[in-house]
Write a protein that binds this ligand. Structure first.
Ligand code: SF4
Length: 241
């Protein structure tokens, strides 16, 4: 595993649990709105975007596990996010080590590796899944900035819906990339799902695509309208943040 950073405490990222967040390095997408360019783009000397990012404290694997062992009891869960964690072939063994300590594990994924996802669920290595639904399948490449295998995205959606685990889908809503009509198509893709959170676009940090920096998000009223469309398709759809 290549660990890009550790956030030692989150009250928000693992529903109902105090948790730490582990950021894995590297991603196979280049979402224009991504606010973690340091984890996604190759490092550049003196990169201004890196300087803008806050809240990361890089750690070696050894120090990471020392931290997790020492904090167990005060923390209940570990959120593994990216980048894209499933790019790392040793993710299953990494999670096994975390679960041996006793932690609950939440996995954040972009859904591009259904095979690994199915294996993690089968081996009972994850307790909560959050998958980004970036766009209607037909528009994926536009939003994620690279060609995308949407069959894998659809497979991951189905694996998650049938997993028996608590889960959520989530969509970052960016003006110019997603509009009202797209929520019907996305709703069809995850029809019958438990939860779908919509997050309004914010551009207050360095982003993967400079062109999106300092662009405004949608209004609260517009976000509420998108959530109302989402509610037609899933059990629960809400604007988050
Ligand atoms: S938003 Fe997520 S999937 Fe998209 S580039 Fe950033 S880390 Fe990768």
């Amino acid at each position: 595993m290549i660990i890009g950073g550790l956030e030692k405490l989150t009250l928000l990222d693992y529903p109902d649990h105090l948790a730490a967040i582990i950021f894995t390095q590297g991603c196979n997408f280049r979402c224009h709105f991504c606010y973690n360019p340091r984890l996604v783009l190759p490092p550049k000397g003196g990169d201004e975007k890196n300087k803008k990012e806050k809240g990361f404290s890089p750690l070696s694997n050894k120090n990471l596990f020392l931290f997790l062992t020492e904090r167990f009891g005060r923390l209940e869960g570990v959120v593994i996010t990216g980048g894209e964690p499933t790019l790392h072939p040793d993710l299953p063994s990494f999670i096994k080590r975390i679960k041996t300590i006793g932690y609950l594990v939440k996995l954040d994924t972009n859904g591009t590796n259904p095979k690994m996802l199915a294996g993690l669920i089968h081996d009972k290595l994850i307790d909560y899944i959050a998958m980004d639904l970036k766009a209607p399948l037909a528009k994926y490449a536009v939003v994620v900035g690279v060609p995308a295998d949407c069959k894998n995205i659809a497979k991951s959606v189905n694996i998650i819906r049938r997993s028996g685990l608590p889960y959520e889908f989530r969509t970052t809503v960016v003006p110019g990339l997603l509009g009202k009509d797209d929520f019907e198509a996305m709703g069809q893709t995850i029809k019958g799902a438990q939860k779908w959170y919509l997050q309004n676009f914010k551009s207050d940090t360095g982003l993967v695509d400079d062109n999106f920096e300092r662009q405004p998000g949608y209004t609260a009223k517009e976000m509420a309208e998108f959530a109302a469309i989402g509610k037609k398709y899933v059990d629960f759809c809400e604007v988050r943040g």
